[in-house]
Design a protein around this ligand. Sequence first.
Ligand code: PLP
Length: 308
Amino acid sequence: MNADPGAGVALIEDEIVPVAEARLPILDWGFLHSDATYDVAHVWQGRFFRLEEHLDRFFAGMDALRMYIPHDREAVSNRLHDLVAASGLRDAYVEMICTRGQPRAGSRDPRTCTNRFLAFAVPFVWIADPAKQETGLHLTISRMQRIPPASVDPTVKNYHWLDMVQALFEAYDRGAETAITVDAEDNVVEGPGFNLFVVQGGDLATPATGVLPGVTRRTVIELGDAHGRGVQAQSVRADTVRGADEVFITSTAGGVMPVTRVDGALIGDGKPGPVTRALRDAYWRLHEEPWYTQAVSYERAAGVRHGD
Ligand code: PLP
């Protein structure tokens, strides 16, 4: 590989190539119709975090969309390990994707498609980087409704992001950095790549429905339970977010990230709050726990071969 693998590598047709050279056929329905599911795991200091949970969600998503790939969990896991090893990245954002593929020439019947498995590993991505986490994010509650669960199941990780991207532009127009979408009843749901939590009087709540069950969200719920601070999964009104003591978002792309302004108004004293900070620190400490992590074997990088 001539290009710098540290810029990222991809798995296309079961071959590892520099990410800049990775291409998808234009007739693939993953591209033409967002007919795909995917998952994103991360590697921190050379170790995958909760990879099994990401694999569970990825395989469940493929089942729900009637997709099939000729690799079992172990084979996918091996490919992701090999990909990160080939990149040499110690902190990586690792995406696995299944697209519908393309129907037989002249047909629009998805049953004639051969589904396609792809993956890539690139340098770690932050929605809010560590410096931004010190001040906290400015979030707007978007006027944009998330595509309803009756149309697209949000528990299947999907590329239906036109609402999210419009919400982001709306946020930039209003001087904010990111946005949360709402449902038809004006409850907040999820944002571009994250779940949301509010802290009120020491109690935590996060939207129960209309959201992807994030692996980071789950980790925060477990941490809350372990520290005697139960998290309620329930409807969260837009006004509850505006009036909360603390607000934070969770994502594989950055972990637990404080929100200190909502729609221009300060949350609390406008600084990341104590509950958010404690959960953020606990989240990163879990990255040292063998039970939650898997070491990448970087020595596997040379001469990677796949064979199930
Ligand atoms: N909601 C949406 C729509 C997402 O795309 C993501 C992750 O990308 C999340 C929530 C957070 O999920 P996780 O914590 O598993 O990254």
